[in-house]
Design a protein around this ligand. Sequence first.
Ligand code: F0G
Length: 408
Amino acid sequence: MSRVAKGWTQRCVGCGAIYEDDVRSYACSRCSNLLELVKDAPVSRTGLYGETRQPGIWGYRKALPLEPDVKEVSLSEGHTPLVLVSRIGAKLGLKNLYVKNEGQNPSGSFKDRGMTVAVTRAVQGGSKLLICASTGNTAASMAAYAARAGVTAMVTVPAGKVASGKLAQVYAYGAKIIRVEGDFDAALAITLKVAAEIRELSVMNSVNPYRIEGQKTNAYEIYEQLGYKVPDYVVLPVGNAGNISAIWKGFKELKEWGISSSLPRMVGVQAAGAQPLVEAFAHGRDSVTAVQPKTIASAINIGNPASWKKALAALRESKGMALAVADEETVAARMDLASTEGIFVEPASAVPLAALRKLMDRIEKDATVVCICTGNGLKDQESVKVQLDSTPLVANPDQMVSLLAKTA
Ligand code: F0G
């Protein structure tokens, strides 16, 4: 077990117990809550945003819990585009609407931010066998970084519930695939149980606090890309609830370290068929009741989010909002983003835009709003019904000319 890096403290988010070494189970042995890594001393503005730093998440190395001499397992992740989507914004009556296009990461999703850190840490500690449960993107990301590091990857996936593009990635990157009967929640439960018994397995799900540390860099990037300004709202999809916890942590650090002077309101969006966190938030509960999930947005088809406690804290501390959208609204928002702005995202990544349509009376027109579009549209093609049969078919130039004459 590796010791936590110098200058960092690992503590339980429930009871505050301190752990000096990495914890195999990723949970507090006293109260079962998840752990977080906390930097003991602030990082300065020049430490975080110094001029000579490399692009992407490793440029924020001073804010990552690894000793300076550890060699990173990287594919050049992060530095994704923050795109002002004025035409969609105009439809919604928002002057400053941005999409953070996380589908531009090496394996096509935001997971790469956390995976590069977690895999670096695992390899540093001597791990040769990485495992995760996944709705697809975590698996693809972990498999890519395992290949890059030259170690073995094993993924558990809910049988029949993962988009084929993601499975193709996992397969091509050379990971071993185990299908689990049931949903993601069952796959994660089995994976954590088995990993607790078999010491060789290192779990790369977002219960692993090193994942969260990598993902928090999205906040640092957004702040920089907005010209050192904190957005008013960050709107993002919520599944297992790691990412909302991570991005909130990043913005809080910026403020606590004296770099920024405000915080965004976090808006967590779930699919109507898988909204345990929305329910808990709406009813002011301090726990989440698991549900049987069912949504076309397979990435967030999750009924029992592991990071629920951190996510509820993010929503409450930020005076945020949580809401659910119907699958039809998600599909419409996905097509709208692609055809209006040229950004093709997977269904889960469209839920923030679907949600904004319902929030127009609650968000100020001149607010700066950032939607985190978490995954690339090419990963999930089966949910786009291409009507090829109704398109013309030609065999020679003459046919094409007469066709164009008819349509002109
Ligand atoms: N968007 C996409 C595209 C995802 O793949 C996920 C999660 C989320 C949003 C939600 O993020 O879990 O941190 O709240 N996908 C995981 C996976 C569960 O296995 O790929 P979260």
